[in-house]
Design a protein around this ligand. Structure first.
Ligand code: NAP
Ligand code: HSE
Length: 442
């Protein structure tokens, strides 16, 4: 902490000087943080033994009505990161640049940093945490994953006594909101997405949500946290939800499943695997009942067994809650960068290919309604060692039969080969959907 005005204030008043908090961004999350800082000032002072003061707030458009004293705002973010009375810089502008450069500048100025920006941490965490370590400051990232759910701190601190073997769950609020609306109300994806945007859940570019980039960043962060090696974003297998149809959602229900966008990071038998994709989740599994903007993350530790974290996965005050938790944690111990909460990784994880995944599959296809179709299906799967658990011809449309099947557990590579064989078969018109069925056991 700089010794200038703060030290003289302490000397003159006998009280600990205020902790200055600067904001990079004042949109959905930033405004929530600013409001909490102002409305909970007395509680926070009581908790950390000194006042917390909102300092400069960087935005792009200072004329937007935000209900804060205009004196806080600046169009120059460098004023936030270099302000001598700011000790903690909160980055909630999103995206890679200028967020990355400003975080590094804040660190170079000796500021602690709190961010909810999963993209900048997933892509540049190594550079940011190395700079923070060299400077002896903290970078806390609770808001990057799970919105208001405490997950980074519990893994790094409360579960530090475990070897974590798997993290699996729903880590994007917008897509869970959309899938819930499609499942329960029969809404279309675009209508549900517009509502998620109105509620402040979606990313500035909502493709980040529906194409699962956001969930991929979060899984890269979670996997890096549990694997003791950094996981590159490009090593995380990614599939979004835009190809899901009302038919898939209906068949999932008929077969006893619910479709969820799942993130899975697993470390078993020396194999590391990190993936994000829609999956059939059995209705009996707790994740099948996590709806709306809620997220839920199940963590398996070798000592604790399975622990489930569930709560609001996005939104103004839930995310501001996570960010403020980090701010207060740092403010309560400004002199020390907590080693448990830091990042000490030196290498990158060797993440396995999705081709080596063993899982069940749901397949929906359109075929000519004529003899030999079922035999062609059976032969293609048998040739690649895949056994069919159930197969139903659901109906007939324009001379084409809609066939829905679920396989027993099979290797992904074999499944892709069987589907390629089927796509070439003269009786198969199209393979409409292929969705993994997750039992979620490690
Ligand atoms: P947002 O509503 O779009 O707000 C972004 C803020 O950053 C705005 O105030 C914007 O200024 C400011 N900004 C952007 N670029 C800037 C620049 N170059 N210079 C100065 N100011 C700039 O975004 P958000 O939803 O609060 O999300 C912020 C971050 O939190 C993102 O990384 C997001 O992934 C993450 N996050 C969001 C949620 C959520 O529920 N929304 C949850 C968890 C994490 P103007 O207002 O003047 O345009
Ligand atoms: N757009 C993100 C989501 C915000 O919907 O999960 C929370 O990280």
């Amino acid at each position: 902490m700089p010794q200038t005005q703060s030290a003289s204030h302490e000397h003159a008043t006998g009280q600990l000087a205020p902790v200055g908090v600067g904001l990079l961004g004042c949109g959905t999350v930033g405004l929530g943080v600013a409001k909490l800082l102002l409305s909970h000032a007395d509680d926070y002072q009581h908790r950390i033994g000194r006042p917390l003061r909102l300092r400069r707030v960087a935005v792009r458009d200072a004329s937007k009505a935000r209900g804060l004293d205009p004196a806080h705002f600046t169009l120059n973010p460098e004023e936030v990161v270099s302000d001598p009375e700011t000790h903690i810089v909160v980055e909630v502008m999103g995206g890679v640049e200028p967020a990355r450069t400003l975080i590094l500048q804040a660190i170079a100025h000796g500021k602690h940093v709190v961010t909810a920006n999963k993209e900048v941490i997933a892509r540049h965490g190594e550079e940011i945490f190395s700079a923070a370590r060299a400077q002896g400051v903290a970078v806390f990232i609770e808001g990057t994953v799970g919105g208001g759910i405490p997950i980074i701190m519990p893994i790094k601190a409360s579960l530090a006594g475990n070897r974590i073997t798997q993290i699996a769950g729903i880590v994007n609020g917008t897509t869970n909101y959309i899938l819930t609306a499609m499942t329960q109300k029969g809404e279309g994806l675009d209508t549900a997405l517009a509502e998620a945007q109105r509620l402040g859940y979606a990313e500035a570019n909502p493709a980040a949500d529906v194409e699962a980039y956001d969930a991929t960043f979060k899984m890269a962060i979670l996997a890096s946290t549990i694997f003791s090696h950094r996981v590159r974003v490009e090593d995380v297998y990614r599939e979004g939800i835009t190809h899901l149809t009302a038919a898939d959602i209906r068949y999932a229900r008929e077969l006893g499943y619910v479709i969820k966008l799942l993130g899975v990071a697993r470390h078993t038998d020396g194999q590391m695997q990190v993936r994000v994709h829609p999956a059939f989740v059995p209705k009996s599994h707790p994740l099948a009942h996590v709806n709306g903007v809620s997220n839920a993350i199940a963590v398996q530790g070798d000592a604790v067994g399975e622990v489930m974290f569930q709560g609001p996965g996005a939104g103004q005050f839930p995310t501001a809650s996570a960010v403020m938790g980090d701010v207060l944690n740092i403010a309560s111990d400004l002199q020390h960068a907590n080693r448990l909460m830091g990042c000490l990784h030196t290498g990158h994880a060797a993440v396995g290919s999705i081709d080596d995944l063993f899982t069940q599959f749901y397949v929906r296809l359109l075929a000519k309604d004529e003899p030999g179709v079922i035999a062609a299906l059976g032969n293609a799967f048998a040739r690649h060692g895949i056994s069919i658990l159930s197969l139903v011809q659901k109906g007939e449309q324009d001379g084409l039969a809609e066939i829905v099947l679920v396989t027993h557990t099979a290797r992904e590579r074999a499944m892709r080969q069987a589907l390629a064989d089927l796509a070439d078969h003269p009786t198969i018109q199209s393979i409409a959907s292929v969705i993994r069925v997750e039992g979620l056991t490690a």
